[in-house]
Write a protein that binds this ligand. Structure first.
Ligand SMILES: O=C(O)c1ccccc1NCC(=O)[C@H](O)[C@H](O)COP(=O)(O)O
Length: 218
């Protein structure tokens, strides 16, 4: 393993906010390692349980199905988890709440001023990874905004999934600066909220692979 927990040679790619069957197919064809489904009803990209079931059934083996929640009711998590491989907690969930779901999970942390990342990595030590996202008051995620990547320490106790405002144009620089385990994108591969674009997904993946060729950490 390398810094930030990456398997040498390849930055993993998660495309988040899938709402349409054709986008799931295009994301898989573009080489996604993971697909995200937003189960928070306040999102423009929200899917209900019926749609989640339909979309998740299209995902082939070895592509990870991730369900995104914001301070959810336990019953929603339990019902959605039947269709998921991994839970992504994107609200103010405590470590105990995340662990209580009884499924593998990652924790999203919004990079607000004063956030102590090493301390958070200790608090959420049971998480499979930490997803680091931009902070905008009043919006739990999907901001389409970047943050200061230099705030991420080079060595953290958990693998880092970098999110927030990534695009085909900036993801290579982001990888060079942060050297994350994985990158996560939603708005940067869309033509409108919830409508993914096959060409943008392919371009994003190509940019990640080019950046991987320049990685010197494994
Ligand atoms: O996408 C949403 O609407 C959303 C709502 C509430 C919490 C999280 C949400 N999205 C998270 C993501 O899609 C990504 O993990 C991340 O925030 C990056 O999004 P973007 O900046 O658009 O690439």
């Amino acid at each position: 393993m390398t810094e930030h927990g990456r398997v040498p040679g390849r930055t993993r790619i998660k495309f988040c906010g899938m709402t349409r069957p054709e986008d799931v197919d295009a994301a898989v064809a573009a080489g996604a390692d993971a697909l995200g489904f937003v189960l928070w009803p306040g999102s423009q990209r929200a899917v209900d349980l019926a749609r989640l079931a339909t979309l998740a059934a299209r995902v082939p083996a070895f592509v990870t199905r991730v369900g995104l929640f914001v301070d959810p009711e336990p019953e929603l998590v339990a019902r959605a988890a039947e269709h998921l491989d991994l839970l992504q907690f994107h609200g103010e969930e405590s470590p105990a709440i995340c662990a209580a779901a009884g499924h593998p999970w990652i924790k999203a942390l919004r990079m607000r001023d004063g956030l102590d990342l090493p301390a958070a990595a200790g608090d959420y030590h049971q998480a499979r990874a930490l997803l680091l996202d931009a902070y905008r008051p009043g919006l739990p995620g999907g901001t389409g905004e970047t943050f200061d990547w230099s705030r991420i320490p080079a060595s953290l106790a958990k693998p880092v999934i970098l999110a927030g405002g990534l695009t085909p144009a900036n993801v290579a620089e982001a990888i060079a600066v942060v050297r994350p385990y994985a990158v996560d994108v939603s708005g940067g591969i869309e033509t409108a909220p919830g409508r993914k674009d096959a060409a943008l997904m392919a371009a994003f993946r190509q940019a990640v692979r080019r950046a991987d060729e320049c990685r010197t950490d494994g």
